[in-house]
Each structure stands twice: as structure tokens, then as C-alpha cells.
Design a protein around this ligand. Structure first.
Ligand SMILES: Nc1nc(O)c(N)c(N[C@@H]2O[C@H](COP(=O)(O)O)[C@@H](O)[C@H]2O)n1
Ligand code: ZN
Length: 352
């Protein structure tokens, strides 16, 4: 199963809205076939492994980190391919939360007389596909809020200068996260202030969709994000805002989605409809607070640099949430703390 997860990870960032899946087939204690799901629309992991095993699949054991599908989607049901391949035993990491499958894959195989074992390395299987699971269960992409702050809780100086809060190792990790995220979101203020690239900076050939939320469309005419050759850019805005600049940026290949009334709920729904599973929020404090209030953030990645910048007007990572009592603070659960060449990474999940 751990080999399945290793195989599945080869497609990190490439499978949305589909899950990350790897499959291994063994015969007499030897691997005779393996494969992974490369992207939505392509065959599932089981099909690649069965193809590789060929006749050696007869009487073999198939391991897969997600229950084999049992429905006709973009591709035919894997349960049928498994039966046709002559597999005798199937070992499954976790039941598929997709209501089109959800237990029926296992049932079909059992009814056909195969031995089926479920729940091997289940926690690791769930962790790998946390974004897919969230998307399927809640019809929303999983939101990860990332910020980097000093020990005194500032994300920039009083002038807005922020390059750099953390060291290279922490920034490298952020570039890796961008490479596996389906989209990175910022607000107009971050574009005006930082002129970011929001790419994976060469750690991978893959870059996320770069999303800007800007009701006013008060954006600079020249910015790194308008170069759409490296990565696509999408701006969410409101009816009638800065039409000349909209026309100019459209010409450069920037996609613009206009709402009568721009809300984060509408943004999240649009990203879900576009098939995205994991959103990386790299915005400033105002948008971060709005995203938390809109329940668009499930996970937090806070990078903390052991340095003090001070400044009573210097910005902090999360703006006003309307809380007045410490008892109202939002606790994180399943907290993991990692040291990155002196910086700290505090990761955890918001409750609910
Ligand atoms: N077990 C399994 N292996 C894979 O490689 C998969 N991609 C899936 N995906 C499941 O099937 C749904 C997508 O079906 P289509 O790719 O549209 O045919 C997805 O929601 C999962 O439930 N499962
Ligand atoms: Zn399948």
C-alpha cells in the first residue's frame, strides 16, 4: 500500500477533480504490474497496473489506495477490468467517498467471489487525498491559508516591504506547495504591493492557476501575473469595474470572470465548478479574514521567522474576525510543528 501511495504521488497536482491513486499487482510475492492515475480523463490506476501485469494478473492480488470505481464516468468501471483480469484478492486503502462508488466497488468484487480487505494504511491514504475527499463531501475545494510572519506577528514592515520574512528553505517549501495546488489566490492589494509571480519557481514544471480577487479591478497595468505564458491567470471582479484595463488584460490572455456582486462564496463555487480540489490562499490579512469567515479555509500553514520587526501599523496575517474575547479564538487541531533552518512551520486544521 505504501508503494501505491508512492506511485500516486507521481501525479501530485495533476489529477483534480480526480483523486491521487496508485495500484500494485503481486503474484507469488513479486510485483507483476503497477501504475497510477495521471489525470482526469485518462485511465484509472488499476487499468494501468492490469495492462502492465497482462496474463500474470490471473490469480494475483491487487493493491490500491482508493476503492476501485464501479461506475461509468469519463472511463469505464475498474471493478469490471479487475474481474476480467482474473484478480483473486483486492486490498483497498480506503472506501471512495464519491457517492457514485462509496462501497459499491467493494460489494461488486465480493459478490463476484473475490477476497477484499479494506482499510490498510487508511490514515495515510486519507491524508494523501484530503483535498479530493473534501471536494466530494462538501462540494467545495479544500482551502489552505499560508502566511509568513515575524515572531511579533507581522507579515511586512509599516511600508509594506516583505521580501523576505522567512529563509530559503521555507520559501522552497511554499514553491513546492504551489506546484501541487490547483490554484493560488491573492487579493488586488498583494498584486499592487508585492507584484508576485505565484509560480513554483522551477521546483516543478507545473504551475497553479493564479487567481486574483479584486472587486474594484484597481490593478497595475504591468505585473508579473499578466504574463500568462508560464501559468494561467484568472481575475474575479465586479460588473463595470475598470473596463479599459479589463480589455487590456484579456488581450494578454488573462481570464476575467465578472459577477454582479462579488462574494467569496461565488468565487469558491466557480473554482469548484472549474474542477479544482485544492486552493492555496497566499493573500493579505483582510482577504484571509474574509476567507476564514466564508469557511473557505480548512487548513493553516503558518511560517514563523525568529525575528522582530515591530511597527504598530505593520500588517498581520489575519484581519478583523469580529472577535472581542480570547475564548472566541479559532483553535487548530492536529497541529504539527516543523523546524526549517531556523524558521518554524505550524500546520493544523480549523475546527468544523
Ligand atoms: N480507484 C480509483 N482509481 C483511480 O485511478 C481513480 N481515478 C478513481 N477515481 C474515482 O472515479 C471518479 C472519477 O471517474 P472518471 O475518471 O470520471 O471515470 C472519482 O471521483 C473517484 O471516485 N478511483
Ligand atoms: Zn476506476
Amino acid at each position: 500500500m505504501r508503494r501505491c501511495l508512492q506511485l500516486a504521488r507521481k501525479a501530485l497536482g495533476k489529477t483534480a477533480p480526480n483523486p491521487l491513486v496508485g495500484c500494485v499487482i503481486t503474484q507469488g510475492g513479486k510485483i507483476v504490474g503497477q501504475g497510477f492515475h495521471p489525470k482526469a480523463g485518462e485511465p484509472h490506476a488499476e487499468v494501468f497496473a492490469l495492462r502492465a501485469a497482462g496474463e500474470q494478473a490471473r490469480g494475483a492480488t491487487l493493491y490500491v489506495n482508493l476503492e476501485p470505481c464501479n461506475h461509468q464516468g469519463r472511463t469505464p468501471p475498474c471493478t469490471q477490468a479487475i474481474l476480467q483480469g482474473g484478480i483473486r484478492k483486492v486490498v483497498v486503502g480506503m472506501i471512495d467517498p464519491d457517492p457514485r462508488v462509496s462501497g459499491t466497488g467493494v460489494e461488486t468484487l465480493q459478490q463476484a467471489g473475490l477476497e477484499v480487505v479494506v482499510g490498510v494504511e487508511e490514515a495515510a491514504c486519507r491524508q494523501l487525498n484530503e483535498a479530493f475527499i473534501h471536494r466530494v463531501l462538501y462540494q467545495r475545494p479544500l482551502g489552505i491559508l499560508k502566511y509568513a510572519m515575524t515572531l511579533d506577528g507581522k507579515i511586512a514592515t509599516t511600508t509594506g516591504h516583505s521580501a523576505w520574512v522567512t529563509g530559503e528553505k521555507a520559501r522552497h517549501l511554499v514553491h513546492q506547495q504551489r506546484a501541487i495546488a490547483d490554484a493560488v489566490i491573492v487579493g488586488g492589494n498583494t498584486v499592487r504591493q508585492d507584484n508576485p509571480h505565484l509560480t513554483s519557481h522551477g521546483v516543478s514544471e507545473r504551475n497553479p492557476l493564479r487567481v486574483i480577487v479584486s472587486p474594484s479591478f484597481n490593478l497595475p497595468p504591468v505585473a508579473h501575473l499578466w504574463d500568462t505564458e508560464k501559468a494561467p491567470t484568472l481575475i474575479f471582479t465586479q460588473e463595470g469595474s475598470n473596463l479599459p484595463l479589463q480589455a487590456q488584460l484579456s488581450q494578454k490572455g488573462v481570464e476575467i470572470e465578472v459577477f454582479d456582486q462579488l462574494t467569496l462564496e461565488a468565487v469558491i463555487e466557480s473554482l469548484y465548478e472549474r474542477g479544482l480540489s485544492q486552493i492555496f490562499w497566499e493573500c493579505g490579512g483582510v482577504l484571509a479574514a474574509q476567507a476564514i469567515q466564508a469557511k473557505a479555509v480548512q487548513k493553516v500553514m503558518a511560517f514563523i521567522a525568529p525575528k522582530i520587526i515591530g511597527g504598530s501599523g505593520a500588517p498581520s496575517p489575519v484581519g478583523d474576525l469580529g472577535f472581542t474575547q480570547m475564548t472566541e479564538a479559532l483553535p487548530l487541531k492536529e497541529v504539527v510543528i516543523t523546524s526549517l533552518d531556523g524558521d518554524l512551520l505550524v500546520e493544523g486544521y480549523l475546527e468544523g
